[in-house]
Structure formats: structure tokens, C-alpha cells
Design a protein around this ligand. Structure first.
Ligand code: CDP
Length: 238
């Protein structure tokens, strides 16, 4: 975000890939893609692809980490070294630690962890192809992988990005838009209750623009939530 671009990101109301301002990229969801997991999902937002694999609730080892009155949620976000064209350095970095942490915050309020003392729910998110909005794609995948694992949830968490590029407010930023736009905002919410569990913003917008971005985010999350529900329905029909 915030770089200077020679590329024109918006031309005649259309974005580089032909989308209009309020269009998401093509969203594709596949369930149960990892057989050894309790629940798993693959979510694509255009060229961004996130895999999520969920295990638990299961007894937490080593035992000293257990909490006697509640279970815990752990999340691990990782961007594969081959997910971007300029090979990303493998392993833990500050960005993946931060994203793992906000993923826990985004999802934890929806779980009944107090029903699983001494246990852990492990959520892994691997970004195998990165083209912007990877954290929100990962949260969408994690949320339905948890549901597919049969772990009770208050609500499904749905997530999207919105932002400002070249004076226009847009939804679902791709990599170039994220890099060269002037603001990007990631949001996660339970669309049915309108509870917001993640709100991160990079860059600056006016108060009115922020209001408008939040409206766009809610509308976009509603559309994505429909796709999440459809994917889960198809899984249970099988
Ligand atoms: O991916 P997300 O929008 O959640 O997070 P970001 O930190 O704002 O990164 C924006 C985009 O930059 C990513 O989606 C990737 O496409 C790209 N990126 C990259 O190419 N190499 C990295 N080491 C980190 C990010």
C-alpha cells in the first residue's frame, strides 16, 4: 500500500482486470480438500488461494499449556515461498505472526471454547498463491473449515478487503491495488449479527469515505457469506 504506480489502476470506472468498483474477483470454494484434517477448505479470490486445515478440539500438549476452564484457539498463517513471483523467504516473520494473531481474534468470539477445557483447536492457513487480500481469504477459509470440522460456532465469520485507489472506493483489492492504492481496510464480521471481529486499516481516508467503505464491506461480506453457506450446504448434501 502507498507506493507510487506508473500503472493506471482505474480507467473509465473499470479496474485493471475489468472489474467495476464494487465487484469482487471470482470467488471459488472447495471443501474437504485435506483428508487427514477434521475440516478443511480451499478458498480462491481471483489469483489469491488460501488452504485451511482444522484439527480439534483435542487435548492440548504439553499439559502446562492447558487451561483448566476453557479450550484455546491457535492459528498459524503462512505464505508459501512459491506463492509470489519474487520468492518469499520461508518461515516465521513479523507479518505472518501478526496475521496469525488477528485471525485468532477474528474467529475466537464465535467459538464455545469454554465447553472444551484443556483442549485446543488448531487452525492452519497456507497461502499457496498471493495476489492481495490474503488475510481475509484465509479467514474465510478458516471459518468454514472450522464449521466443516463440526465445531459449534455462534456464526460463520466472513471477511473482505475494501480500499481507496486513485480517488475511488473499491472492494476486494488485488495485489497491485493493495501495493499502489492509498488505503486498504480488512474487515471480518458475522454478517447475521453485524458483529465486527477484525478491522485493520492502512493509509488514510476521510470520515465519510470510511463510512462508505464500511457499507461496501458489509455488502461484500453478505455476498461472500452466501458462497460460504452454499459450500457448506453442498458438503453436507454429499
Ligand atoms: O495479503 P494481505 O492483503 O492481507 O496483506 P498485506 O500485508 O497488505 O499484503 C498485500 C499483498 O502483498 C499480499 O497479498 C501479497 O500479494 C503481497 N506480498 C508479497 O508479495 N510478498 C510478501 N512478503 C508479502 C505480501
Amino acid at each position: 500500500m502507498g507506493g507510487k504506480s506508473d500503472i493506471k489502476l482505474i480507467d473509465n470506472g473499470k479496474r485493471i482486470d475489468g472489474r467495476s468498483l464494487d465487484d469482487t474477483r471470482n470467488v471459488k470454494i472447495d471443501m474437504d480438500i485435506i483428508n487427514v484434517a477434521d475440516g478443511s477448505a480451499r478458498v480462491e479470490f481471483g489469483n489469491t488461494i488460501a488452504l485451511s486445515s482444522v484439527y480439534g478440539p483435542r487435548e492440548l500438549f504439553p499439559r502446562f499449556m492447558q487451561k483448566p476452564n476453557t479450550g484455546i484457539l491457535r492459528a498459524k498463517y503462512n505464505m508459501a515461498p512459491f506463492s509470489v513471483d519474487d520468492r518469499k523467504r520461508p518461515g516465521l516473520d513479523r507479518r505472518s505472526q501478526e496475521i496469525s494473531k488477528v485471525m485468532v481474534n477474528a474467529i475466537e468470539p464465535m467459538l464455545f471454547l469454554e465447553d472444551y477445557p484443556k483442549s485446543v483447536v488448531d487452525v492452519f492457513v497456507e497461502i499457496i498463491q498471493a495476489d492481495g487480500s490474503t488475510r481475509v481469504t484465509g479467514i474465510n477459509a478458516a471459518s468454514i473449515a472450522i464449521a466443516a470440522a463440526g465445531i459449534p460456532m455462534r456464526n460463520i465469520v466472513t471477511s473482505c478487503s475494501v480500499g481507496k485507489i486513485e480517488d475511488s472506493l473499491v472492494v476486494d483489492l488485488d495485489g497491485k491495488e493493495d501495493n499502489f492504492g492509498s488505503c486498504d481496510l480488512a474487515i471480518a464480521m458475522a454478517t447475521e449479527t453485524r458483529e465486527i471481529t477484525l478491522l485493520q486499516m492502512d493509509g488514510a481516508v476521510s470520515k465519510d469515505e470510511l463510512k462508505s467503505l464500511l457499507e461496501k464491506a458489509e455488502n461484500t461480506c453478505k455476498k461472500i457469506f452466501e458462497k460460504q453457506k452454499e459450500a457448506l450446504r453442498n458438503l453436507y448434501k454429499k
